[in-house]
Design a protein around this ligand. Structure first.
Ligand code: FAD
Length: 450
């Protein structure tokens, strides 16, 4: 996978110039020094985003095990520090019908139950650990970008209710406008009561602080560059040290290299997600466009747009898509986002954007996350592939993976089947980006025509 995208996407020395980085405030990083020398651990965790940090937190807190987290970059550099902050149901990239067809009604309902619990876990952990999330909005909104998609949303609302996803409501275009969202590309919406918006970097840093307080050891700027076995033990090599561990959890999501572990080779496909943020908008500008809701809002496109009105009245506008992660392509991607922002919110056609950034979300060939054991002995596990909806699910997965990694009784059975599949290779894995290009073309056509 090393060559799937431009190397700059993986360059951990490049700071992410996100609005979150600009607004998170100062943070004491002294507890997250790089690994120096040789160390031992019962559990080593590769990747220090939400998944790795929550796993480390629960290992310490629930199981009394001190884990050692190895994070390639400064903490918060990965997707966990730069996402859109939608803390909502999700992580499976299948329709609910397909989920039921593939896994059966009971397992699909357990999966939706886990998604719902995942949202509450974020809130509860933040309350308990005193993490300032800057939470916003009661629920989330999915906007029908064409009238025909409103019927799909009605069907989805029924399926969600049947599977136990919490209350949903369908709003007409007028009802949506009354609730604070108007756009020429909005024809009604589904409201889901479960979900809210948060400041992703503050959440990530808060998790790291909490895990540290509970006893985890966390090393920033410590990429695992080699992995060998010494008898039953795993030896993870970083530029300036090694960790020898009995068990290893892989929590590298969209940054996973094919060569990291053979069970993941060719199984994951990162896809780019891109965000711009505007300057703060005045009350009259918000009123002119008719956008005042603080609920995280996305639309029904396959290549979806996702937006939020942030606490300081800036507007965040995000979009999936793009296959070129080179620095030269940034200005094109930014221009595309700005053009679509103007088209979807014409009253803001002269409003400038102040921040642009992007990062990889992680798709799997099964279109489901993998919280799974990767070797027969059960000493290597993974928790990854949230399909662009991992803010909430990564915490649930981190907790489940902590128990799975230790081999706790019942840990495997506690994971709903759709979340517990084994990774499998993409067909002709070398051409993954080509499949993605085809998928984007298909989505674009469908989004415009149906
Ligand atoms: C632009 C963008 C917008 C998004 N918006 C949303 C949203 O609004 N809502 C939502 O639910 N989800 C969203 N997501 C997805 C969400 O951010 C992720 O699902 C979630 O952060 C996954 O957390 P993680 O800890 O598994 O992965 P990450 O936070 O990516 O952490 C993985 C870490 O592994 C590290 N790593 C990789 N290889 C190695 C190695 N060899 N050694 C050591 N460390 C290594 C990386 O440096 C990285 O920090 C978005 C993602 C992006 C990029």
């Amino acid at each position: 996978m090393t060559a799937l995208y431009h190397p700059s996407l993986y360059d951990t020395r490049q700071p992410i110039e996100s609005y979150w980085a600009a607004s998170a405030g100062p943070w004491d990083t002294t507890g997250f020094a790089p690994l120096e020398g040789d160390a031992e651990a019962e559990v080593a965790i590769i990747g220090g985003g939400y998944t790795g940090l929550t796993a480390a937190y629960h290992l310490a807190r629930r199981h009394g095990v001190q884990a050692r987290v190895l994070e390639a970059a400064p903490i918060g550099w990965g997707a966990s520090g730069r996402n859109g902050g939608f803390c909502c149901l999700g992580s499976v990239w299948l329709s609910l019908d397909a989920l039921v067809r593939r896994f059966g009604e009971a397992e699909a309902a357990r999966c939706v139950g886990a998604m719902r619990e995942a949202v509450e876990l974020v809130r509860d952990l933040a309350t308990e650990e005193g993490i300032a999330l800057d939470a916003q909005g009661q629920g989330t909104i999915t906007v029908a970008h064409r009238l025909s998609r409103l019927r799909h949303l009605e069907e989805e609302a029924h399926a969600l209710a049947r599977l136990g996803a919490g209350a949903t409501a369908i709003w007409s275009k007028e009802e949506l406008a009354e609730r604070g969202y108007s756009s020429p590309e909005a024809f009604g919406a589904m409201h889901q009561s479960v979900g809210f918006g948060l400041h992703p970097l503050k959440y990530c840093r808060g998790l790291a602080d909490a895990a540290l307080r509970r006893g985890a050891v966390i090393h920033g700027e410590s990429p695992v560059i080699a992995w060998r076995r010494e008898g039953p033990r795993h030896v993870l090599q970083t530029p300036r040290g090694t960790v020898t561990a009995r068990r290893v959890l892989i929590a590298t999501n969209g940054f996973t290299r094919d060569e990291l572990h053979k069970a993941l080779d060719g199984c994951l496909l990162p896809a780019l997600s891109n965000i711009v943020v505007t300057r703060p908008l005045s009350d009259s500008e918000l009123a002119a466009q008719g956008v005042t809701t603080e609920m995280p809002t996305s639309d029904t496109r396959g290549l979806l747009f996702y937006v939020r009105l942030l606490p300081d009245r800036r507007f965040m506008f995000g979009a999936r898509g793009g296959l070129d992660a080179s620095p030269e392509s940034s200005s094109l991607q930014r221009a595309f986002l700005e053009r679509r922002l103007r088209e979807m919110y014409p009253a803001w056609r002269d409003v400038e954007t102040t921040h642009f950034w992007r990062g990889p979300v992680c798709l799997s060939a099964a279109f489901t996350p993998h919280i799974a054991r990767l070797d027969e002995a059960g000493t290597v596990t993974c928790a990854l592939a949230y399909h662009g909806s991992g803010v909430a699910m990564s915490g649930w997965a981190g907790r489940a993976a902590a128990a799975l990694t230790l081999g706790v009784d019942g840990a495997e059975a506690a994971i709903p089947a759709p979340l517990a599949t084994m990774p499998r290779r993409w067909p002709v894995a070398r051409f993954r980006l080509f499949w993605l290009r085809l998928a984007y073309l298909g989505f674009r056509l469908k989004d415009e025509l149906f």
